[in-house]
Design a protein around this ligand. Structure first.
Ligand code: R5P
Length: 301
């Protein structure tokens, strides 16, 4: 396998970390906007015959997607052997069904678009709920890196007698995994979402919480209403102030202020989306997933 080239598409420090972990040559993507808002990209390297990894940050995806597509298409036209997408956060996965008649199922549309332009995809803990595996929507090989080992290690190092709490039933997959790795109990809330900024939570198995420090674990913190409601519910029932651990720190709008005001013991996230709360490194895990894809026979990825 020759040394891959890794092109930085809005990923910054995460691209550098990935390139280091992969032993790849790092290339910044030359890009600019024309006065009319259209994008120009340039690949300033000879990519003919090389495997190229696009390390792309895709939180707040819409302003970034056209740049990614132009870069991927240019790489193919310039003769790259394979073009792989490594995105620490895979967007659009929560709209995985037509909840209201006529809505687009964005997870499927997004996956079809990406599959047309790259040969393989690697990401960290995509939001898989009604879609159970990336292979159901991506037509190219995909690999998932998991944040659970790094989150469990962080909890073991920093929190005594934890109980891992999921804010909704969807989170049980991550919560159970994290808890099992450190022999801690876990429980989940039952969540009802009333709108983008409104959720209510009802506890399940609350007896597992007594005498322990609650650690709320979720995949995405977007408006933070889910995390904040979980903190408020735990505090209202007299439990110790909980820690909040998230994988993908989107923190849109007033999310940080709302969650801080709920009174958690602390807020810690993985480094998939750049944010001051990043304290858990998962780029080595993503690099391992990319490495698996690079090891596939050329026709498979
Ligand atoms: C939803 O099912 C996810 O796992 C998260 O719980 C959700 O995306 C969090 O959203 P928000 O921060 O807007 O409440």
């Amino acid at each position: 396998m020759t040394t891959p080239l890794l092109v930085d598409v809005f990923a910054g420090d995460r691209a550098t970390a990935l390139a280091t972990a992969l032993g790849a040559e790092l290339l910044p993507l030359e890009r600019r906007r024309f006065p009319d808002g259209e994008s120009l990209v340039r690949i300033a390297a000879d990519v003919a015959g090389r495997d190229v990894v696009l390390a792309a940050a895709l939180d707040d995806p819409d302003p970034k997607l056209m740049t990614l597509i132009l870069a991927a298409d240019a790489l193919r036209e310039l003769g790259a052997a394979r073009v792989l997408l490594a995105t620490p956060y895979l967007p659009y996965m929560r709209q995985d069904a037509r909840f209201v008649p006529g809505e687009a199922v964005a997870a499927r549309s997004f996956a079809r678009l990406i599959s047309a332009y790259v040969d393989a995809v690697a990401t960290v803990d995509p939001h898989l709920h009604r879609i159970h595996a990336l292979s159901q929507v991506f037509s190219v090989p995909a690999r998932v890196a998991h944040a659970a080992p790094a989150m469990a290690a962080w909890i073991a190092e920093h929190i005594a007698d934890p109980v891992i709490v999921g804010p909704d039933e969807e989170s049980e997959q991550w919560v159970a995994d994290v808890a099992a790795r450190i022999q801690a109990p876990h429980t989940v809330f039952i969540k009802t979402r009333h709108g983008d900024h409104s959720v209510t939570l009802v506890p399940r198995d609350a007896e597992r919480l007594s005498g322990r420090t609650p650690v709320i674990v979720d995949d995405i913190v977007s408006t933070a209403r889910t995390m904040a409601a979980a903190v408020e519910a735990l505090r209202a029932q007299g439990y110790a102030p909980p820690w909040c651990l998230g994988v993908h720190a989107l923190f849109v709008g007033d999310a940080w202020a709302v969650l801080s005001a709920a009174g958690p013991a602390g807020i810690v996230t993985c480094d998939t989306v750049a944010h001051p709360s990043n304290a858990i490194a998962v780029m080595p895990a993503l690099a391992a997933a990319v490495h698996e894809l690079l090891a596939l026979p050329p026709c498979a990825a």
